[in-house]
Design a protein around this ligand. Structure first.
Ligand code: F6P
Length: 319
């Protein structure tokens, strides 16, 4: 392969820039040319393609967001859209594409691969909800941002003897909520993977209050939602003044942590090595301390089990 493309797709995640940088520089080191595709699959349909060289990706390793922009393209979900994207690849001599994004982006990579443009997916989403990998780019930074915010909320909750109910991101998944809840010493963690039992939570708050605790942090995954209602319910049942906070998109920004920069660099590098060998229709993953890869179809059909044991750790330590 002489020329490859790179795009970012779906929600942005801190570390995507580090992955782009790794893709560009690895490809150049291996003697290939690189084209940057702007705004995800939409840019591939609308021919937003630029040449990238080693200097195009200078000073981006420390920056959040994605220099290539990102989008969720409805048109690319149609056969016509995929064919338009294939045409753009042919026009620019793009023989393979590295797709940095989540599961939805991998489905696009599979479709493009099936139409003769080999693609390799790199997992990038703060949610860490991709089954084939234990780690996704952006997860660590998002969690660190969330704990920084929650530590600040704790200061005011403590001063007022309040219960703070805080929503963290995770549209369908509670991975951020679970680890952030443990890291902030939350009394309760609510995730979509486990049925929500508000009465059990209230009982716990009341029991813990009896031991002298006067402020409480409850971390709720976005996929559970309803933090206003949950705060009202807790206040009504316990008499503890309660407030709800939605952290929102602040979790998606900021300079990536060491972990995100390094994983992104390893994964971007691995993706290019696959394309260099002419191997497409794969996704790169992190498993048991190693960078590995899987067939996209296989990866999309994997099931990620939620670590319920961690919930027990959280319960037993938040008393
Ligand atoms: O998938 C990442 C994520 O941040 C989810 O946690 C969240 O639900 C979603 O993206 C928000 O998407 P958008 O930025 O399009 O509102």
């Amino acid at each position: 392969m002489k020329t490859i493309g790179v795009l970012t797709s779906g929600g942005d995640a801190p570390g995507m820039n580090a992955a782009i940088r790794a893709v560009v520089r690895t490809a150049i080191s291996l003697g290939m040319n690189v084209k940057g595709i702007k705004s995800g699959y939409s840019g591939l349909i609308h021919d937003e393609v630029v040449d990238l060289d080693a200097r195009s990706v200078s000073d981006i390793i420390s920056r959040g967001g994605t220099m290539l922009y990102t989008a969720r393209s409805k048109r690319f979900m149609t056969e016509e859209g995929v064919l338009e994207a294939v045409e753009t690849c042919k026009r620019h001599g793009i023989e393979g594409v590295v797709v940095i994004g989540g599961d939805g982006s991998f489905r696009g990579a599979r479709d493009l691969s099936n139409h003769g443009i080999p693609c390799v997916g790199v997992p990038g989403t703060i949610d860490n909800d991709i089954s084939s990998t234990e780690y996704t780019i952006g997860f660590d930074t998002a969690m660190n941002t969330a704990i920084e915010m929650i530590d600040k909320i704790r200061d005011t909750a403590q001063s007022h003897h309040r219960c703070s109910v805080i929503e963290v991101m995770g549209r369908h998944a509670g991975y951020i909520a679970l680890q952030v809840g443990i890291a902030t010493g939350a009394t309760g963690i609510l995730v979509p993977e486990i049925p929500v039992d508000l009465d059990r939570l209230v009982k716990k708050i009341v029991e813990v209050e009896k031991t002298g605790k006067k402020h409480f942090i409850i971390v709720v995954a976005e996929g559970v939602g309803g933090v206003d209602k949950i705060a009202e319910y807790i206040q009504e049942k316990t008499g503890i003044d309660s407030r709800a906070t939605v952290l929102g998109h602040v979790q998606r920004g900021g300079s990536p942590t060491v972990r995100d920069r390094v994983r992104a660099t390893q994964m971007g590098n691995a993706a290019v090595h696959l394309l260099y060998k002419g191997i497409g229709n794969r996704v790169v993953a992190y498993r048991r301390g190693e960078i590995v890869d899987f067939d996209i179809f296989e990866a999309l059909n994997m099931i990620k089990t939620f670590d319920a044991g961690m919930i027990d750790v959280a319960h037993e330590t938040a008393i």
